[in-house]
Design a protein around this ligand. Structure first.
Ligand code: 13P
Ligand code: SF4
Length: 304
């Protein structure tokens, strides 16, 4: 089918079925172009919680669709490609978290949204890269356990007056970025600002001019007077950065920062998902209810 015909049918079906299409900032350009909203994990979960659509088509990875289902149990939540997962989310399961918690009674657990619903259900509060510092600051405790991302936890620790314990998970896409690769990018673009995602390792964070979520980087680039930026996150962010800033230049910190799961969804998948109204994301109700508490507690914290 021709691309234009696919887009026409997607538009007709989304109207007929009162569906909303949400897409993460790392999605392929063809998906970002047709989405009703693109954003970072926090913006997308806030939108999912507020929408009056009957159906949420989530172009992202499984934890994002699960988060939408957690806050919207009565809506159809669809992940067009059900194998689109997150390697970091798979680095801890509910049993492992229960065992870890048992070692530290009374210590609150802050879980990155990049986690399964079952892990969220074992947690006190969720966070995203956009609000992690605020979430940790909101807790009335001197010590906090953060899971699953060790790099996010180490970054938060720099900004709060609390002891941060962490689970040793990481995002393989961000964690593999080396100091040497960033130095090479800097040597090639000496006037560029280095923007890094908090999932990057500490030695990269040390070099960064700004550390932000994906949408935080978009905002920074739009508002900044600088013209060149090295972008230390998944390469999909280059598309909205360039689109929103025609006169500015953006360089990947490493062209190897590609999340294959974020690239699995194509127009064909969106069209099929709308036609078939599936595959649906489901969560056992007892797990969903417990996970909801952690997600709602996060959503109650105001965004900057
Ligand atoms: P944000 O878009 O929330 O910064 O998250 C990055 C990410 O890795 C999502 O998988
Ligand atoms: Fe997960 Fe990393 Fe891919 Fe984000 S970029 S979905 S954290 S593997």
């Amino acid at each position: 089918m021709e691309k234009e015909n696919m887009i026409q049918e997607i538009n007709a079906l989304r109207k007929e079925k009162n569906a909303i299409i949400l897409a993460h900032n790392y999605q392929l350009p063809e998906i970002q172009e047709i989405a009703d909203l693109t954003g970072d994990s926090l913006e997308l979960s806030m939108k999912a919680a507020q929408t009056d659509a009957d159906m949420i088509l989530f172009c992202g990875v499984s934890f994002m669709a699960e988060t939408a289902k957690i806050v919207c149990p009565d809506k159809k939540v669809i992940l067009p490609v059900p194998t689109a997962g997150c390697a970091m989310a798979d680095m801890i399961d509910a049993d492992e978290l229960r065992e870890e918690k048992a070692k530290y009674p009374g210590v609150p657990v802050v879980t990155y949204v990049n986690s399964t619903a079952a892990v969220k259900a074992e947690s006190d509060i969720c966070c995203t890269s956009a609000n992690a510092v605020k979430v940790v600051e909101s807790l009335d405790a001197d010590t906090v356990l953060m899971t699953p991302d060790k790099n996010l936890a180490k970054w938060v620790e720099r900004h709060v007056d609390k002891k941060i314990m962490f689970w040793p998970g990481y995002c393989p896409v961000h964690d593999k970025l080396t100091k040497q690769a960033v130095e090479e990018a800097r040597a090639q673009h000496p006037n560029a600002i280095l923007m890094a995602h908090p999932e990057c390792p500490p030695e990269v964070i040390d070099m960064a001019d700004v550390v932000r979520s994906t949408s935080g980087m978009l905002k920074y680039a739009r508002e900044s007077g600088h013209e060149e930026f090295i972008v230390a996150t998944e390469v999909g962010l280059l598309y909205p950065l360039e689109k929103q800033n025609p006169g500015k230049r953006f360089y990947p910190a490493s062209p190897e920062m590609v999340c294959e799961d974020m690239k699995k969804t194509h127009l064909e998948d969106v069209l099929r998902a709308l036609r078939e109204e599936g595959p649906l994301t489901t969560i056992p109700e007892d797990v969903r209810k417990r996970a909801l508490k952690a997600v709602e507690r996060m959503l109650a914290i105001p965004r900057d």
